[in-house]
Design a protein around this ligand. Sequence first.
Ligand code: WCA
Ligand code: AKG
Ligand code: FE2
Length: 358
Amino acid sequence: MAPKMVESATNSWDITDFVVNQGHGVKGLSEMKLLSIPKQFIQPPEERIDASKVVCEECIPVIDMACLDGPKVAQMICDAAEKWGFFQVVNHGVPLGVLEDVKEATHRFFALPGEEKKKYSKENSRSNSVRFGTSFTPQAEKSLEWKDYLSLFYVSEDEASALWPSVCKDQALEYMKRSELVIRQLLEVLMRRLNVKEIDEKKESLLMGSMRINLNYYPICPNPELTVGVGRHSDVSTLTVLLQDDIGGLYVRGVHDTWVHVPPIRGSLVINIGDALQIMSNGRYKSVEHRVIANGSSNRVSVPIFVNPKPSEVIGPLPEVLEGGEEPLYKQVLYSDYVKHFFRKAHDGKNTVEFAKI
Ligand SMILES: CC(C)(COP(=O)(O)OP(=O)(O)OC[C@H]1O[C@@H](n2cnc3c(N)ncnc32)[C@H](O)[C@@H]1OP(=O)(O)O)[C@@H](O)C(=O)NCCC(=O)NCCSC(=O)/C=C/c1ccc(O)cc1
Ligand SMILES: O=C(O)CCC(=O)C(=O)O
Ligand SMILES: [Fe+2]
């Protein structure tokens, strides 16, 4: 009886206002134990995952970074970046405790009352670099996504100390700092195949001149099959380091219109190539479409670190890549223009990169 009443009451509310503007997020909705999702979250059938397209025979590579000095590992990393655009790394040097702590901190932030989280919304946040929100671009979306997030753009240690929410800032900063070595190692390896011998100051700014860490929260959903956690998209980063918990639900585009699950592996990090590196490598490394399904029985968290060019950098195919006479596929674009283009519209798969195509 009670849940039915809740359901009919919610139909007459302005759900979008409750979720998006009042700071309750989808977590607030999930906690009402609705019998079904409000219509705003129902995705068109073509955007829901089709079980017949999920393949289990193939899987993205799992690479052991402990053997980085040997010839094999570098080859595996570059091959995975060319073929899949995704791989997992183990023995990457980031301590397990650091990973566990940032997941716990994520749960702690989202457990705060709506009033507290709302202080970090676009309208209320004291800084552009701290943003609590829901879905992806609610104002531009036909259907909302079943996800809340806190996005933290790293400006400086001092700014983070002053402005990042105290329940998660130390853990988020520690995870970012401890990941820097593996990020550099991966970029060095990936650059070598592109004829870039070293990451000097200029290349550092181009490849890893800015960092953003997102804390993602996917609450339990009453109709996971009708909605999505995150719609089909590719990241706009150079590369993304993603920590997921043990729930699962991340799918990557495989060959011939298939989807491949990225199974949670305790202690591993998922690495994916973003659009900026696809562009800089002139299409050699692939920024691959991915999506997250909603879950009917567990709350899921994930914590991506987006390693990006500095927003003021102009990105395009690297001279070292074109040196052999290869035709450029992409033009030179200001990275902040590229990012703004991405965030202005709803997720639409691989279409973002069209912005940079010649
Ligand atoms: C220079 C920028 C590009 C623009 O700065 P700005 O002009 O001061 O404006 P804002 O920082 O307020 O952001 C511009 C717009 O992008 C939106 N945005 C700005 N970051 C965000 C944000 N993490 N979240 C969701 N809206 C945002 C933001 O809402 C805003 O929308 P609007 O005010 O409606 O025009 C600034 O954002 C910046 O320094 N970016 C650094 C590079 C960067 O963060 N790159 C993005 C990596 S994120 C990535 O690869 C994937 C992220 C992703 C995220 C969610 C998914 O579901 C899937 C993927
Ligand atoms: O939650 C995940 O597993 C992936 C999230 C994602 O793709 C993103 O934040 O860009
Ligand atoms: Fe992503």
